[in-house]
Design a protein around this ligand. Structure first.
Ligand code: ADE
Length: 233
């Protein structure tokens, strides 16, 4: 039987899912509240991790250790790194990496964490394919893309920094948790997928766009996750 850990960094990224689930148990750990129960006929643990890579990593480890989840889905918002990916559209991860790791001085490529053995963490193809198929059914007014998601402990709102990230990593969108969820899931041998709806363009317009579009974007992503749960067997 599958047990899906669902992580959103902010309350607005998980509130709709929490409202709909049947809660069996609430567990507090590391100042986080984990809700265990059923949603759309699937066993789930839903949690708001808090923002940034450390919060997301420790949250993921608790899902693996204490709740023994079999799969992890990260839902939330992101800044677009491609002209054709618009606000409201969805990116499903093929892989994820840390854009803010730099140990080039010892020969590692930019973004690679030393001694891990890979630059990017591969998402589960079955979960990713399911996410794309479900997105086409549930969010008919937007486009869905499959590609690399890059993460760092920075909100990107400067065109020069954005262009630098694009040139180095060829990501589809940028956010602040996905790679550390992917990294932790990888170390625990737990399959994962990251699903992000675009809230801004990660350039000089991001400061204005993000507060305007984050709620609708977060809702798009959560609606997709709910639909996926109905199809997960
Ligand atoms: N999440 C949503 N938009 C973002 C951006 N521009 N940078 C980092 N994280 C984000």
């Amino acid at each position: 039987m599958k047990k899906i850990g669902i992580i959103g960094a902010m309350e607005l990224e998980v509130e709709a899912l929490k409202d709909k689930m049947e809660i069996h148990r609430k567990v507090e750990k590391a100042s986080l509240e984990f809700l265990e129960g059923m949603l759309s006929g699937t066993e789930v643990v839903i949690v708001r991790s808090g923002i940034g890579k450390v919060n997301a990593a420790l949250c993921t480890q608790i899902l693996c250790d204490i709740f023994e989840v079999t799969h992890i889905i990260n839902t939330g918002v992101a800044g677009s790194l491609k002209n054709e990916i618009n606000i409201g559209d969805i990116v499903v991860s093929t892989d994820a990496l840390h854009h803010d790791v730099d140990v080039r001085v010892f020969g590692y490529p930019l973004g690679e964490v030393p001694q891990i053995g890979c630059l990017a963490f591969q998402a589960d193809t079955e979960l990713a394919q399911l996410a794309v198929a479900c997105c086409k059914e549930v969010n008919t007014d937007i486009e869905v893309y499959c590609g690399r998601i890059v993460s760092g402990d920075q909100f990107i709102s400067d065109k020069k920094i954005k262009d630098n990230i694009i040139n180095h990593f060829h990501g589809f969108c940028v956010e602040m948790e996905g790679a550390s969820i992917a990294h932790t899931a990888y170390l625990n041998h737990v399959p994962f997928v990251i699903i992000r709806a675009i809230s801004d363009k990660a350039d000089d317009s991001a400061e204005m766009d993000y507060p305007t579009f984050e709620k609708a974007a977060a809702a798009h992503s959560a609606a997709l996750v709910e639909h996926m749960l109905q199809k997960i067997k």
